[in-house]
Design a protein around this ligand. Structure first.
Ligand code: NDP
Ligand code: HSE
Length: 436
């Protein structure tokens, strides 16, 4: 059978990994795909570098439009990133009848609905395994392996940069800026690292997983997004004293009223496997009604780990290219005419447990005032830690862990607690998930 021809847009970190792995494992991949997969054309702004990387083995151009309009190209791999030129090129490739593989979670989380609609109308495939958790085949697991299940919740460490930063800060006492620089040098961080540290990248990935898990359209605009930039070293320390680790989690949950979709630093019991995922590693915990909890772990970023997922998509498309579109796996796991209108819940309605830290006067009655406010709002306390004031100090920290309650109750309680004369400054609120 004649080889399937691939056009690669962007030969940076992931693009070069894809080129190299495809070349290195060509024989094995052909045996699996049933057909040879050849990168016939590469587009990159830096043509010199692209020529060096591809060693004269394929045509190199600097105008990506030449690739998406080339009639000989069967599959376009978009590895440019962002939602400007990348979106135009993906839409043009689809309009020209080409299958698309992309690692671009930002593009899919924000414009996925439009892209999938266009692809469906054209009868082409859009594959995106690399867009979530890099080399971990989590899209395949959710879309195919767990297809029998009603997914109840997903909680994932899905941003390597922030997990790397949190791990290095905790273990080596390094400061935030130095670790971020290291993550950038290692190729983990996005072109704009604010996407990593402010939780946006994780929210893109959580949005994509939620769509596939619950059969809802992509709704990134409804996700709650909170990064790690405001996290204090003291909270990491106090959490440890109470037996918890703090991780940036992407969480989605099915409830009777709708779907919770949120990214924020989260306390997790230190005995959970996912609490011990360190460095740039990713892990996703999925709870299905039939299977129970399943955990997926591996490298969520980097050149070849991400290439592994890109090439898996190439093989999938190669295998299915001749199948009629109705018999392929639907993009969002559910048939496009069966997506549900289950709402994504506002943050005030989500239910979880909380860690509260407040700086208070060390005098009788303070704790009673605080606990009365919590009790009035039916918030029950699970654990408490009161630090001895430092020598000569008259103020101290109180840390309270609550049982589950609605976010709006905690917000109301904090408003009242902050008004107490004996409480100084803002109350720090972190969410806590037992993940049991
Ligand atoms: P890089 O910045 O390393 O690579 C992007 C490449 O695209 C660069 O070589 C860039 O050229 C080139 N490029 C930019 N604009 C154009 C254009 N108009 N036409 C042709 N080429 C262009 O990014 P990554 O490889 O890290 O990321 C690619 C995608 O994969 C992103 O969507 C990212 O979010 C995603 N991803 C990345 C992971 C990672 O570990 N890095 C993991 C999972 C997903 P130049 O350098 O000259 O500007
Ligand atoms: N910037 C991302 C991360 C790359 O740190 O996880 C992988 O998507």
């Amino acid at each position: 059978m004649k080889p399937i021809k691939v056009g690669l847009l962007g030969i940076g970190t992931v693009g070069s990994g894809t080129f190299n792995v495809l070349k290195r494992n060509q024989l094995e991949i052909t045996r699996r795909a049933g057909r040879s997969i050849e990168i016939a054309m590469v587009a990159d702004l830096n043509v010199e570098r692209a020529r060096e990387l591809t060693n004269g083995e394929c045509e190199v151009v600097n105008d990506a439009n030449l690739v998406v309009s080339n009639p000989d190209i069967d599959i376009v791999i978009e590895l440019i990133g962002g939602y400007g030129i990348a979106k135009d090129l993906v839409m043009k490739a689809i309009a020209n009848g080409k299958h698309v593989v992309t690692a671009n979670k930002a593009l899919l989380a924000t414009h996925g609905n439009e892209i999938f609609k266009a692809a469906e109308e054209k009868g082409v495939m859009v594959a995106f395994e690399a867009a979530v958790a890099g080399g971990i085949p989590i899209i395949k697991a959710l879309r195919e392996g767990l297809t029998a299940n009603r997914i109840q919740w997903i909680a994932g460490i899905i941003n390597g940069t922030t997990n790397f930063i949190l791990s290095e800060m905790r273990d080596k006492g390094l400061d935030f800026a130095a670790v971020l620089k290291q993550a950038q040098e290692l190729g983990y961080a996005e072109a704009d690292p604010t996407f990593d540290i402010e939780g946006v990248d994780a929210a893109h990935k959580a949005t994509i997983m939620a769509s596939i898990a619950y059969g809802i359209p992509m709704q990134f605009d409804k996700a709650h997004v909170e990064g790690i930039t405001k996290l204090q070293a003291s909270d990491i320390r106090y959490a440890e004293e109470l037996g918890y680790r703090i991780k940036l989690l992407g969480i989605s949950k099915r409830t009777e009223d709708g779907i919770e979709l949120r990214v924020h630093p989260t306390l997790i019991p230190e005995k959970r496997l996912i609490a011990n995922v360190e460095g740039a590693m990713n892990a996703v915990l999925v709870h299905g009604d039939a299977v129970g909890a399943t955990l997926y772990y591996g490298k969520g970023a980097g050149s070849e780990p991400t290439a592994s997922a890109v090439i898996a998509d190439l093989v999938d498309i190669t295998r299915l290219a001749t199948a009629d579109p109705e018999h392929r796996v639907p993009y969002l796991a559910f048939q496009s005419n069966s997506l549900s209108d289950l709402p994504v819940l506002p943050m005030a309605e989500i239910v979880t447990s909380y860690y509260l830290r407040m700086h208070v006067a060390d005098k009788p009655g303070v704790l009673a005032d605080v606990t009365r406010i919590l009790a009035d709002l039916t918030i029950s306390i699970d654990a408490m830690l009161q630090k001895e004031p430092a020598e000569g100090e008259t103020q101290t920290d109180i840390i309270i862990l609550t049982h589950q309650t609605k976010e709006k109750n905690i917000v109301a309680a904090i408003e009242k607690i902050e008004k107490l004369d004996s409480v100084f400054g803002a109350v720090t609120k972190l969410r806590l998930e037992e993940l049991s």
